[in-house]
Design a protein around this ligand. Structure first.
Ligand code: F6P
Length: 503
């Protein structure tokens, strides 16, 4: 496989850096801690512990310019069909900001505002209905992970008006565990599904529809309104989604109904305003001062030039425990591609495996492997300066652990006993938020969205389709009848044997 030209240009930098120890890179460049960091509003990001030096960064910035990042972002915001395989724009930015120009973006913005007004009516009506104490979100993937993350992360600032629940998995155990804790007379359910064709959501929705005793407190968010109505949700309780927003980018739409219920009108508006502020930064800032470009170019360098095939995200904040799950879909569904937008095989590795967990807990599970395992895993640490709890000693310890881990992974420590030596040289990015609030969370998530898009731009892949998930769904659908009818022919001998075991 011939590497693309841009990778040939990065390769000499990687060769020079692969054997340089991170502690040496930091020691030899006193301005590094300052110059490899960028603050934008309440977000501070440091790449001082990435395996980069100044010439490598210049080469990456040149790559960002050559890949026409500013024009690519403009195309995104203006509603050009950046999702080429499906011939569609990806206008999630129109859900939160006014930065798009041209007919497609303006029309999307109008639709977004109208849908937001309807969502507000539904949310206010629910708030006004004193009987309703609990709301259940039924959805999966992008119709679950974003809303669940925001509700979990910002609970401490919420209105507390409702108890909010999520059912995603088709495993009936999820509904079985939740429903006995709720009163059907005091519960509303929202089926969130862009397609309204997702097996998990329809099956769980059916359970809830029966349990609620009809459709009176059943709501839906979908781009397929007729299907939602056919399911039994009255038209006035169906909020629209749009073809021009991908599921994993849809948090900012009516898919965010549960976050809206958690945060209140102003809190949800602050989430959108935070994302809009990041949009404005990413669209305006030159590549050299652009947070999303920094993230994207660093991911590309680690994956393609240095060959690291995994990325671990570790928020040091319990409220962000679901962030790795959310980013798994955003990054791996968007970048998990091996052909480019024109359908040709890419000539370099693309998506890393993204995984992670919440610090400091994971220090006591997988960090051993990060410090002394044979593979180098680039890390992203996320910390929050100001806590929202009164336990100051805990917070100091939490942040001390974050700083210590980043330092230990980078610098390592020699020891005459090899069992007790730390090789170091393990790179990390540190992102610090002043506070965890709706504004900063909106900024953080929008930052990751744009970093994904710019990475896709370098790789030439489509960040907005996900055909890879379809085959398994089709086979599962075809297999379903065989569970009840032993006469159904199963071609694959291994599947047949496994099915026999299950039957
Ligand atoms: O299986 C992939 C996927 O299509 C995701 O992209 C999407 O977020 C999820 O399923 C749920 O889809 P829907 O909102 O249409 O139910």
């Amino acid at each position: 496989m011939h590497s693309p030209e841009w990778l040939d240009e990065l390769a000499p930098h990687a060769v020079g850096l692969i054997d340089r120890h991170l502690s040496g890179l930091v020691r030899d460049d006193p301005g590094r801690a300052r110059d490899f960091a960028l603050r934008v509003g309440p977000l501070y990001l440091s790449q001082a512990r990435q395996r980069l030096d100044r010439p490598a960064r210049e080469a990456l910035f040149a790559l960002g310019r050559r890949a026409a990042f500013p024009a690519a972002l403009r195309a995104l915001f203006d509603g050009e069909p950046v999702n080429r395989s499906e011939g569609r724009p990806a206008l999630h930015t129109a859900l939160r900001s006014d930065l798009g120009r041209g007919d497609a973006a303006l029309a999307a913005r109008r639709e977004a505002l109208a849908a937001a007004a309807r969502m507000e009516q539904v949310a206010s009506a629910l708030e006004a209905d004193a009987r309703i104490t609990d709301v259940v979100n039924i959805g999966i993937g992008g119709s679950d992970l974003g809303p669940r993350l925001v509700v979990d992360a910002l609970r401490h600032q919420g209105t507390g008006r409702f108890r909010l629940h999520f059912i995603a998995n088709v495993d009936g155990a999820a509904a079985q565990a939740l429903l006995p804790t709720l009163d059907p007379a005091r519960t509303a359910a929202v089926l969130v599904s862009k397609s309204f064709a997702t097996q998990e959501t329809l099956l769980n929705g059916t359970i809830l529809r029966t349990w609620l005793g009809g459709g009176e407190r059943l709501y839906a968010v979908s781009a397929n309104v007729p299907r939602a109505e056919a399911f039994g949700v009255a038209a006035e309780r169906v909020l629209p989604m749009f073809d021009w927003v991908g599921g994993r980018y849809s948090l900012w739409s009516a898919v965010g109904l549960l976050p809206r219920l958690a945060l209140g009108r102003d809190g949800f508006a602050a989430l959108l305003a935070g994302a809009a502020a990041m949009d404005a930064h990413v669209l305006d800032a030159p590549v050299e001062r652009n947070l999303a470009a920094w993230q994207a170019l660093c991911w590309v360098f680690n994956r393609d030039a240095l060959g690291f095939d995994s990325l671990a995200v570790v928020p040091y904040d319990q409220r962000l425990a679901l962030l790795p799950d959310y980013l798994q879909q955003l990054v791996m569904e968007s970048l998990g591609k091996s052909v480019d937008q024109a359908g040709n095989p890419v000539r370099r590795p693309t998506v890393p495996v993204l995984w992670g967990g919440v610090g400091s807990s994971v220090q006591h599970s997988f960090f051993q492997a990060l410090h002394q395992g044979t593979d180098t895993v680039p890390m992203e640490f996320i910390g929050v300066r100001q806590p929202d709890h009164p336990f100051a000693a805990n917070h100091r310890a939490l942040l001390a652990n974050l700083l210590a881990q980043s330092e230990a992974l980078a610098n390592g420590a020699a020891h005459e006993d090899t069992q007790r030596a730390y090789p170091g040289g393990r790179p990390s990015t540190v992102i610090l938020l002043d506070r965890l609030d709706a504004d900063s969370l909106g900024r953080l998530l929008a930052l990751y969205e744009h970093a994904v898009y710019l990475t896709a731009r370098v790789w030439g892949v489509n960040a907005f389709d996900q055909f890879g998930v379809e085959l398994g769904k089709r086979i599962a659908d075809a297999l379903l009848p065989a569970f009840q009818d032993a006469g159904v022919e199963i071609d694959d001998p291994v599947t047949r044997a496994l099915l026999d075991e299950l039957r």
